[in-house]
Design a protein around this ligand. Structure first.
Ligand SMILES: [Zn+2]
Ligand SMILES: [Zn+2]
Length: 439
């Protein structure tokens, strides 16, 4: 998942990292589990695996779920895990954690920092790091499984806990659904997950109602030209000039064509062409990220990109058989929608439990394939993903004074206050599930 910006900006009045000292049986039980959970976290952190390579991770956690009494199936959507616990009549609740690390060389200097290396899809070996904090998600997933397994007398229904592969490449959720997540296993009424947040103090909970994260499309544009000598441009069709015009005009899709009240982003992240001062190349290449919330906005932007690419080439005099080739990566990451009623229900419970620590925050233009679980059956599935802040108290204070800049998610320096994230998330996920499945 991408960075969370400006989350909980108004939360400065809080006793950061402090947990209210009120007697609470669930909170005490989670606290008792924490030493073992921190050990598990450090092991997961030291041993990250890349997308669709989460073999050891899945095996390790599947064994733990099995030991807790779940019926566990491995290898769902390549490396995914589904753990089911049936406990009488009632709703089906699905809890999701994602498992993959990133091709990042860790630079936190932590004693349990990852030294792992692996080969991603690019084919070039790299370091691997849990730079998005999915290790906190998995640890809290186990923490929650432990609490719910120990409290079977307090809930009724079917609990489906899943470990999803390959969130970072946006393919894991779809892979699990395509492999029968909703047909081979009980289909959920409610789907719940959390993500750690690198721009919020540890122990804070943030949520957005409705659209929370964006549609993410990757678009490639290959712009043919007619190459030649740089001194004789009139004998060529310069693809750099055509592509440069495309880049500029694409911004009018945002500024002139899109409804200003509909958020959207077009960023040309890569522009490549040519090899030497005095040669006009015969091709230019653009790589573009396109972000939106509504399906209609997405469609409008993608059609606009194709139209502008073609139009600029025609304007430059390129023939019909040498027009730009526009490719939209498939699958894309669809926008994440937190169904409003369900969001209100869960958050009103959490606001009571975590008094002063739960805030509604602006949605972001990052993406999450958690969205797929809702989109697979919008009529019958309600879903919510919320944030759990992970910035250490001292660092948060310094950042508020402008003394340091906080690393974002995916940074080689991102080192969340893992015990606080895990304890908060375990308690929140357990409490929310117990509330949904109350006897
Ligand atoms: Zn990520
Ligand atoms: Zn993530």
């Amino acid at each position: 998942m991408m960075r969370v910006s400006a989350i909980l900006a108004g939360a400065s009045a809080l006793a950061l990292g402090a947990v209210p000292a009120q007697a609470d049986e669930l909170r005490d039980a989670v606290a008792a589990d924490m030493p073992a959970l921190v050990t598990l976290y450090q092991d997961l952190h030291a041993n990250p695996e890349l997308s669709f390579q989460e073999v050891e991770t899945a095996k390790k956690l599947a064994a733990r779920a099995r030991a807790l009494g779940f019926e566990v199936t491995e290898g769902v959507g390549k490396t995914g895990v589904v753990a089911v616990m049936k406990n009488g009549a009632g709703p089906t609740v699905m809890l999701r954690a994602d498992m993959d690390g990133l091709p990042v060389i860790e630079q936190t200097g932590l004693p349990y920092a990852s030294k792992r290396r692996a080969v991603p899809a690019t084919g070039i070996e790299t370091g691997v790091m849990h730079a998005c904090g999915h290790d906190t998600h998995m640890t809290a997933w186990i923490g929650t499984a432990q609490q719910l397994a120990a409290r079977k007398d307090q809930w009724s229904g079917t609990l489906v806990m899943i470990l999803q592969p390959a969130e970072e490449i946006g393919e894991g959720a779809k892979a699990m659904l395509d492999d029968g997540l909703y047909t081979r296993f009980p289909k959920p009424d409610y789907v719940l997950a959390f993500h750690d947040a690198a721009q919020a103090p540890a122990g804070m909970i943030g949520y957005s109602k409705g659209f929370a994260l964006a549609n993410v499309d990757s678009v490639d544009v290959v712009v043919p030209g007619v190459g030649g000598h740089g001194a004789y441009p009139h004998t060529t069709k310069d693809p750099i000039v055509i592509a440069a015009n495309i880049v500029t005009r694409l911004q009018t899709l945002i500024s002139r064509e899109r409804d200003p009240l509909e958020p959207a982003v077009i960023t040309v992240g890569s522009f490549q062409a040519g090899s030497k001062h005095n040669i006009i190349p015969d091709e230019a290449r653009l790589q573009i990220t396109v972000r939106s919330y509504k399906d209609e906005t997405r469609q409008q932007l993608l059609e606009g990109i194709a139209r502008i690419a073609k139009g600029e080439a025609l304007a430059a005099g390129m023939p019909e058989d040498k027009l730009p080739r526009v490719t939209v990566q498939d699958p894309y990451t669809p926008a994440t929608y937190n169904t409003p009623e369900f969001t209100d229900k869960v958050m009103s419970g959490l606001k009571t439990r975590f008094e002063g620590r739960v805030f509604e925050v602006p949605s972001v233009m990052g993406g999450e394939d958690f969205s797929q679980f809702y989109r697979a059956d919008r009529e019958n599935v309600e879903s919510l993903i919320f944030w759990v802040g992970g910035v250490r108290a001292g660092e948060w204070e310094k950042s508020q004074k402008g003394e340091i800049t906080l690393p974002s998610l995916h940074s080689p320096f991102w080192a969340p206050d893992a015990p606080v994230v895990i304890a908060t998330a375990t308690e929140a996920m357990t409490a929310a599930t117990l509330d949904l499945m109350k006897k």
